[in-house]
Design a protein around this ligand. Sequence first.
Ligand code: FAD
Length: 498
Amino acid sequence: MSDRALRSIVVVGGGTAGWMAAAVLSRFLPPPQTSITLVESEDIGTVGVGEATVPLIRHFNALLGFDERQFVAETHGTFKLGIEFVGWGRPGAVHFHGFGDFGEPIDGVSPHHHWLRLRQLGDLEPIDDWSFPYAAARRGRFAANDDDLFSAPYRYAFHFDAALYARKLRTYAEQAGVKRIEGRIVDVALSGDTGFIQSVTTSGGVEVSGDFFVDCSGFQGLLIEQALKTGYVDWSHWLPADRAVVVPTSLAGPPNPFTRSTALEAGWQWRIPLQHREGNGYVYSSRFTSDERARDVLLANLCGQPLAEPRVLRFTTGHRRKFWNRNCLAVGLAAGFMEPLESTSIQLIQTAIARLIEFLPDRTFDPAIAAEYNRVTANEFARIRDFLIAHYHPSQREEPLWDYCRGMAIPDSLAHKLEVWQACGRVPLLSEESHQEPSWVAVLLGNGLIPRRHDPIVDRLSPEQLTALMQRRRAAIAEAADAMPLHQYYIDRNCRMP
Ligand code: FAD
């Protein structure tokens, strides 16, 4: 260990972000060489939502050595093959963003080009028919694939109780030597010379000093904003949703192996099934509806029985001007927030922690390291922002929120993507792109953006050859999905909650 290596790291906050950070730090910098302390306040609590994930989380769990079935049981989880979007492009329309592509390329060309030609020939079946995750999801079927996490033919993620996940991570981290301090932080001391954070002090008078601070204190950004005054990049003009009303309900049937997202007058509603209950929320823009109306709309659209009073959460879409400022890195809600339309928040926590390990500073805190971290992370946020806007902007819905989103000027980076897409059916991917071509294809086609032409190589097949080939593929997908166990059966056999 170099004599400049970090000696002590303080994580502020014990929500999903705080315990994910503490667990990974303890894995890579095992105490006591580096002391890791986490301070949290049970009185303040956590945000208490965040139940849908993306496949990347499987890598995170694997890194910590979590057995997948045990993890699903312990967090009362279910499996997620993708997201079903209801009423997004226009009322009544349904499309699916599955974790996987639409089949292997044909003659080196992505299959959606073949689908575009098929459509031109008069076959109007949705592209979802060529998605294996969708075929399984709509049959309510699921089986884990134990192949390599990246090369598997389809991928999956989880729905889980985030509080139980944090508890599991806490057990892991404490066993690895992370010290937990219970208490409300009331003071943050900065160095008079450098402005670096020196210590935090709880209301009980406990002072915790450190070389490096990870701010996981939630929306308020206790260190990054309140102490360091970093500033915020506000994206609400592009993503106007700024509130969510949330309520858990009883299950109305066997849990679906997918998240459902239903477009509503001033936003959209999620349904996230766990083993014992369902998470529900209506994400909306306060410019286009009231809290009372949002609450009524949510309650009118529930399938199960409410298990608690609905509660409203407020947020501002965007991110800190710097994620890493001096000796403080903001992770989770303290770093920024975009609505949970594609379940990207826990993913962003995971990539932030991975990037911290990659760019681990020493006590010289070379500013070039923080600058690079900030550049990459800002790009990552902007790409997800564009992807989310692409869900709203093309919609033909007529309510005022949707009118606004259709008419607004979109970021140049997204405008470029859409132009290229419409011209030739290709998606120009930029650096730090979280969503690859099949995801963009699912969302753009699903929202009714049909490119003007397909890849000309596709025309080398005769119409008869193309039709026969595509029909064979569709039938093979249906047959394979039919052979899978029901999702509920798979859970009961492998990962039933205690
Ligand atoms: P929090 O959960 O708010 O935790 C903050 C921590 O800081 C707590 O432990 C608190 O006690 C502590 N703290 C705060 N102040 C102090 C203080 N003064 N002293 C001591 N401790 C303090 N993400 C997804 O990936 N999928 C989803 O489906 C999803 N849905 C969401 C829906 C909504 C409506 C919202 C708002 C968020 C959603 N998210 C989702 C995001 C997800 O909930 C968060 O990213 C995740 O829970 C991480 O939160 P956090 O740990 O950053 O903050």
